[in-house]
Write a protein that binds this ligand. Sequence first.
Ligand code: ADP
Length: 178
Amino acid sequence: MTQIDKTSKTGAYRIGIYPGTFDPITIGHRDIIARATRMVDHLIIGVAVSSGKGPLFDVEDRVAMTNYDIEHNLKYNDPNTTIEVVPFDNLLMHFAEEMQADVIIRGLRAVSDFEYEFQMASMNEKLNDHIAAAYLMASDKYQFIASRFVKEIARMGGDVSRFVSEHVAEKIKEAYAK
Ligand code: ADP
């Protein structure tokens, strides 16, 4: 795991973690990433192995696609914030502690995410109440975008180019052609 030096001239170096499955990364995720960079100095995108969820892409591919999109397709991010994509297979709070994170950032889509996030936040707080949780409301443009639906549309031969980058759309097509 990467060792992060938290010392800075101001002493106010903030590390955030944005965790998820990212199977695959969508423009909704990208929007949260860009906005999250404006809140922290270093942003770790934690890609959960989530083998139980039966992801379409293995974790190496999800990390590679996320890195590609960050490098080529990120807009309106704070250029002073560094971004790192790190896979993890342990409890989120343990991963956050290992990464010396100050805050866990999640996106909230309409009402659908709220109950789950509310429960998870309460449980996480019991595990470590020094790591804060922050929620960014999904942009109204991207509210309805979920990796699950993108995969469903692609599997049925639909066009997903409005929801994911060209690169990711190509990877999904390849995955279903196998
Ligand atoms: P999970 O499997 O935990 O739902 P996802 O990869 O689906 O992980 O999502 C990771 C995070 O990104 C979650 O906080 C989720 O709410 C958020 N997210 C996913 N899609 C969007 C979107 N279109 N707009 C805003 N946030 C989103």
